[in-house]
Design a protein around this ligand. Structure first.
Ligand code: ASP
Length: 433
């Protein structure tokens, strides 16, 4: 059995919905369908979810929110008319308008709700409301209760469509995940029903080997393991919601990213086994890091020094990315935005408690992670660094654990793009040709 999830662009209008339906029908194992709200039809279009948020904001500002809801109604009416689906859109929109006080999450969830109703009717599948099977408690997902409920309800039904993105809390109120959260619902359904695969249908051919905003036309990955994907999490604008990986990962269910517009393309499979073929599988990077540099002679023999540094960071609610050390120095890399508020207090506290010989914070750093199977072979790290050196990039720091999966290079922000491109051209693109 398969769980399939369609994203917003895959359900943006009747034409796209027909394609999605064709995909569902092409494989009888595609029993559980999770949907997003209709997304953009073209670049300048507005997503239904954004319209719903706008309606709620207008309501809060005591403006005419009904006018925005009319636009939502128009989107669904056009879809329902063209697909010949019987649904009283006007009545549904009126219900939303009357319940506007139910809150921001309730209003935002109605895009998925109506999208699922229409798609279920068009496919001739059952409809299961996510409020009855996805549960939040104290602001967090209650996984066990959710798996039990999904399993109990879906075991009685053959083929169903379930709205993504939302569930209900202990008081019965609608709660949503963060944006893009329908991916999570799909993963929960796949896990609860112990599916063989979770297919995530979207508008790209798969996960890219590098950020297309930095590298021209990067190739897509055929396969990546869950662990490698985590190492690539600096990739930024991601195809899949990060929290969607965990439920499938725990159950060993592969996630298959595919393109609704090109079902003939193989896509990217995210699975358990580490890939062994690609020396460099992907390169990901991000700007906006700072280094807290701490120096103290005989640091290496002062038991608990590192723990105390990290403890102080924890007290300030700062999470760290990496903490490379030398004998008497410790560098702690953190995202700069976390230092915005109490930077001076943090430094003072480290000075007070640890009496370092030197402490300073340097901003304007970028990290570039290179992930692949190459770390098992002699000379591989040297070849990466040679590419970077030939491009004239100054490597400020290197972090590599024994995982044998990745190497992280710290550079000045103004050399970030150059670093990424030189690694992509030298280590991935060249291998293609
Ligand atoms: N419709 C929601 C959003 O735009 C959730 C989703 O599509 O996954 O974020």
């Amino acid at each position: 059995m398969k769980t399939v999830k369609f994203g917003g662009t895959s359900l943006a209008d009747a034409r796209q919905i027909r394609k999605a339906a064709q995909i569902v029908r092409a494989d009888e194992e595609r029993c559980y369908v999770v949907v997003s709200a209709p997304g953009k039809r073209q670049r300048l279009d507005v997503k239904v979810t954004d319209l719903l948020y706008r309606a709620y904001d207008e309501y809060l500002a005591q403006k005419d929110y009904r006018q925005v809801l009319v636009r939502v109604g128009d989107r669904f009416n056009a879809i329902a008319d063209e697909l010949n689906v019987e649904i009283d859109v006007a009545k549904e929109i009126e219900t939303i308008a009357q319940n506007i006080e139910a809150g921001r999450d309730y209003i935002a969830s109605r895009g998925e709700y109506l999208s699922a109703k229409i798609f279920a009717s068009y496919l001739g599948y059952g409809f299961v409301d996510a409020k009855d099977c996805v549960f939040f408690e104290r602001g967090r997902l209650n996984e066990e209760k959710t798996y039990d409920a999904i399993n109990t309800i879906l075991s009685r039904l053959d083929r169903v469509v379930i709205p993504g993105f939302y569930g209900s809390d202990e008081t019965g109120r609608i709660r949503t995940f963060s944006r893009g959260g329908s991916d999570i619902t799909g993963s929960l359904v796949a896990r609860a029903m112990r599916c063989d695969v979770y297919e995530n249908w979207t508008d790209v051919n798969g996960l890219l080997c590098a950020d297309p905003r930095v590298v021209d036309d990067p190739i897509t990955m055929d396969y990546v393991s869950y662990d490698e994907l985590r190492e690539l999490s600096y990739m930024g604008a991601s195809v899949l919601h990060e929290d969607a990986v965990f439920p499938c990962r725990q159950a060993g269910i592969p996630i298959h990213i595919r393109n609704t517009d090109h079902p003939e393309i193989q896509g990217t499979i995210i699975g358990h086994e580490k890939q062994k073929q690609k020396m460099v599988l992907g390169i990901a990077g991000k700007k906006g890091f700072s280094n807290i540099q701490i120096e103290k002679s005989l640091m290496n023999s002062e038991i608990g020094f590192g723990a105390r540094v990290l403890g102080i960071l924890a007290d300030h609610h700062i999470s760290y990315e990496h903490a490379p050390t030398s004998v008497d120095t410790m560098s702690v890399l953190v995202t700069s935005d976390q230092l915005k508020h109490d930077r001076d207090r943090l430094i003072d506290e480290i000075k007070d408690k640890l009496s370092p010989d030197f402490i300073a914070i340097e901003d304007g750093l970028a990290l570039v992670a290179v992930v692949g199977a190459g770390f098992g072979s002699v000379g591989f790290a040297a070849s990466l660094l040679r590419e970077v050196a030939q491009a004239g990039v100054n490597v400020r720091c290197i972090v590599a654990g024994f995982s044998g999966m990745s190497l992280i290079i710290g550079v000045n922000e103004d050399e970030f793009e150059l670093c990424m491109r030189s690694l992509y051209d030298g280590m991935i693109h060249k291998g293609q040709g």
